[in-house]
Each structure stands twice: as structure tokens, then as C-alpha cells.
Design a protein around this ligand. Structure first.
Ligand code: ATP
Ligand code: MG
Length: 426
């Protein structure tokens, strides 16, 4: 039979990797809880127009990277390429602005973009996405960046750098766009076809172009920082001041733009030197007009997303420390012992112990080998003779010591062993 393989750019997370993923997620949930965020989970599929409006239909994501398809009734649906638009859609749809105190959200899950797969860039990837609605204060900008950096520090990521920029607002950015467009049009013959097109439609995107020759051209382009209005300058100055007060290092990157059209004022990226071309671990910024644009109340917003695959690549850990074997591995010899054991295993699991066994009638030796291989703390060995006598052998796998237990006492015995192990039952 011909083998069926996974879809290109979409990866399996194998049991050997899952503990690290869970660690990354658990730590995220824990720190987000400390900062007052609440979890939200939205569908992976949304109406295509949500992203066209929420991200901007002249962005790379919407123009080139979206998985969009017609359902049976011909409605255009997309696999979500990012989470912000979905969270805002849900916020509006459920009128969450009416629920006091519910303004900070996070979502952890898969995103989909049809990009060329390479190290750190996949077609299904995962993000930790964080959003705050209804807060204008530059303190929030600083706090959000602090949260992102503290999280990465706490999970042990080293060598990351925070880059920040201001993108101006709807008042001051149009003038910059005009000036930038003129500059790009002067160099249009040397730009890549995408940037030549962008020059008209969305000139800021040229800063994000990955083609080296475009990079050289925009290196001499005018920068937004010279065009922002007094209010934006003031807001940005305060953001920087609060970052300094929090002791968070940053560098200014006047050429930093974001992949979404609706970003205003603060934009930031967390970058590393260790992932080659895929140097961004995460990024975010302010998007004050977006909620209104999507038909909701006129609430400002700010957020960021971290790429989990890139975090995993950077952590590059041996996964062993995250893995626990079962508390108990049961070894049954003979059909009667096996039958008795079948019920015993379920009973012990119900009691809260992680218990494993197999029902394959293997030799004692090979079952004991299995107990070792899975890393069990204890093994229970039950043969027909023992069953007759109402006893079993209990083996401490680490100390290689073995003693007899009464079958009627096994639950109590395991509970007291678990206490000695610091309460660990699984
Ligand atoms: P890049 O410039 O690397 O394409 P981006 O600006 O498109 O990034 P965002 O939309 O800001 O990325 O998403 C936030 C984070 O999600 C990125 O910093 C990255 O870590 C991760 N990410 C984005 N696209 C992918 C992908 N195709 N595969 C894996 N991770 C990704
Ligand atoms: Mg991208």
C-alpha cells in the first residue's frame, strides 16, 4: 500500500516532544494568570472577510498566505493565520465590553499560513497570542512588552532582544506614506515585483521585504520617526520611559513595521540571532482603530504573538527532565492473574495513581524490561501462586528492592509509598 504522509509544512508533535510543548504552554498560562489575563478559544476557521478587514487585504498574509476555501454553500472561509482578528470578533459578538474587568485575553493554538516551509517557518504553526482592549495608557504598552520578555526569560530563553518603533497614527502616517511612496517610485526599477506593487498600494510593507536588494534600497528610505505627530511622539516617549523604569532593555528600530495594516503607534519585535532568516520570536503592537473597523465599539487595543515552534527550536533541550514514567508498572503472569490484574489496574488508576501494564502475555523478564524502559517507580508482580495466597511482589525500581504486599492492602501500601515520594502518584 502506498504510504500517506502529512501535509507539507505541517508537523507532528511526537510524544518525545510533547512534554516540552506542554511546559511552554503551562508556563505561559501561569504567567498570564499572574498578569490578569483570561483564556479565550476561538474556532480555527472564520469567514475569509474577517481577515481581509482585520489584517488588511494588501498585506502578505491576506494576499498570499491564507488558506481560503469555499464551503458547500459557496461561502468563503479561511483557516486563521493569526488570532487578533478572531479574538476581536468574539469580543464584539459576545459583547464582552459589557462584562466589567474582562479586557485582557490570551489564546494558545495553531495558525495557518501558506508560506515556503523552512527552519522556523511552517504552514501550520502555533502561537501564544495576548491582547488587551480599552487601554490607551503608554504604561500598558510597556507592561505588555515586559510580560513578553519576562515570559521568555522565565522559560529559559537567552539571547533575545526587544526592538521597538512607533508607526504613527491615522493623522500623521498618511503624510509619511506619500513621501515613502515617492521615494519607492524613484527606485521602482530596482525593486522586486512585490515592492513595486506595494509602492502604490501599501508602501510601508517594503520595509518588511525579505529580498536583499529591496533591503538595501529601503535602508536609505525616509523613516516614520521623522514624520510622527506630537501626540505620537509624546506617547512613544512615555513608552520608552516606562520601559526604562521597568529595567527592560530595548533598541530603537525606525524601520520596524508589522505585517498587519492596522498597527498604530507602538510596534515591537522580539528577535534572536540564532534562527537565521527567521529571527523573530514574536512581535506585536497597538491597533487602536481595529475594533471599530470590525464593527465593534471604538476601543483601543494592543497585543503580541509569540511563535511556539521558534521557542522550541531556541530552547533545544533534551526532553528527559520533563518526562515522568508511571508510578507503577504491573506485571501479570498467567491468565487468572491477568484477569484479576485487569480490574486492579483500573482501580489503582481511579485511586489517582498512574499505572501501566500490557496484556500481551509476555515473559516476566520482558515485562520487567518494559517496566524499566517506561521509567516506572515501582513494579507490581503478580503470578497465579501469589494470587492464590492473596499477595503480590512490589519492587522499588530505583533501589532494586522487592517485598511482599497483601493484595487487600495494596492501595494503602501505594498511598504510603507515594507519601515517601513527596506525594507523587503519577
Ligand atoms: P516573519 O517576519 O518571520 O514572517 P511575521 O511578522 O509574519 O513573522 P507575526 O504575524 O508577527 O509574524 O507572528 C508572530 C510570530 O509568530 C512570529 O514572530 C513568529 O515567531 C511566528 N510565526 C509567524 N509565521 C510563522 C510561520 N510561518 N511558521 C512558524 N512561526 C511563525
Ligand atoms: Mg510572515
Amino acid at each position: 500500500m502506498e504510504q500517506i504522509q502529512s501535509v507539507k509544512g505541517m508537523n507532528d508533535i511526537l510524544p518525545s516532544e510533547a512534554p516540552l510543548w506542554r511546559h511552554i504552554e503551562d508556563k505561559a498560562r501561569e504567567i498570564l494568570n499572574r498578569f490578569g489575563y483570561r483564556e479565550i478559544r476561538t474556532p480555527v476557521v472564520e469567514k475569509a472577510e474577517l481577515f481581509a478587514r482585520g489584517i488588511g487585504d494588501t498585506t502578505d498574509i491576506v494576499e498570499k498566505e491564507m488558506y481560503t476555501f469555499a464551503d458547500k454553500k459557496g461561502r468563503l472561509l479561511s483557516l486563521r493565520p493569526e488570532a487578533t482578528a478572531s479574538i476581536i470578533r468574539a469580543f464584539i459578538e459576545h459583547q464582552l465590553h459589557m462584562v466589567s474587568g474582562l479586557r485582557k485575553f490570551f489564546l494558545i493554538g495553531p495558525m495557518f499560513r501558506h508560506e515556503r516551509p523552512q527552519k522556523g517557518r511552517y504552514r501550520q504553526f502555533h502561537q501564544i497570542d495576548v491582547e488587551v482592549f480599552g487601554m490607551n495608557d503608554p504604561m500598558v504598552d510597556a507592561e505588555v512588552m515586559y510580560l513578553a520578555c519576562l515570559y521568555l526569560e522565565e522559560i529559559g530563553l537567552k539571547g533575545v532582544r526587544l526592538e521597538i518603533n512607533t508607526l504613527g497614527c491615522t493623522k500623521c502616517r498618511p503624510r509619511f506614506r506619500t513621501v515613502l511612496r515617492e521615494f519607492l517610485l524613484e527606485h521602482v526599477s530596482s525593486l522586486c515585483p512585490d515592492c513595486a506593487r506595494r509602492a502604490y498600494k501599501n508602501p510601508l510593507r517594503a520595509f518588511d521585504c525579505k529580498v536583499p536588494s529591496c533591503g538595501e534600497i529601503v535602508a536609505d528610505a525616509p523613516v516614520i520617526t521623522d514624520f510622527v505627530c506630537d501626540e505620537c511622539v509624546n506617547h512613544f516617549d512615555q513608552v520608552k520611559q516606562y520601559l526604562e523604569e521597568l529595567g527592560l532593555g530595548y533598541s530603537l528600530n525606525p524601520r520596524l513595521v508589522r505585517g498587519l495594516d492596522y498597527y498604530v503607534r507602538t510596534a515591537f519585535e522580539i528577535v534572536t540571532e540564532h534562527l537565521g532568516a527567521q529571527n523573530a520570536v514574536g512581535g506585536g503592537g497597538r491597533y487602536d482603530g481595529l475594533m471599530k473597523e470590525l464593527g465593534g465599539p471604538d476601543l483601543p487595543g494592543i497585543g503580541f504573538a509569540l511563535g511556539m515552534e521558534r521557542i522550541v527550536l531556541l530552547l533545544d533541550q533534551t526532553l528527559e527532565p520533563f518526562q515522568n514514567g508511571p508510578f507503577l508498572y504491573c506485571v501479570f503472569i498467567g491468565p487468572e492473574a491477568k484477569k484479576y490484574g485487569f480490574k486492579l489496574v483500573q482501580k489503582l488508576r481511579k485511586e489517582g495513581f498512574s499505572v501501566d501494564c500490557d496484556y500481551e502475555d509476555k515473559s516476566v523478564k520482558s515485562q520487567m524490561r518494559m517496566a524499566h524502559r517506561v521509567g516506572a517507580s515501582y513494579a507490581l508482580i503478580l503470578g497465579e501462586d501469589e494470587l492464590q495466597k492473596g499477595i503480590a511482589q512490589l519492587r522499588d525500581m530505583h533501589r532494586s528492592e522487592q517485598f511482599v504486599v497483601e493484595l487487600s492492602e495494596i492501595v494503602n501500601e501505594l498511598h504510603s509509598l507515594a507519601e515517601i515520594e513527596g506525594g507523587r502518584r503519577s
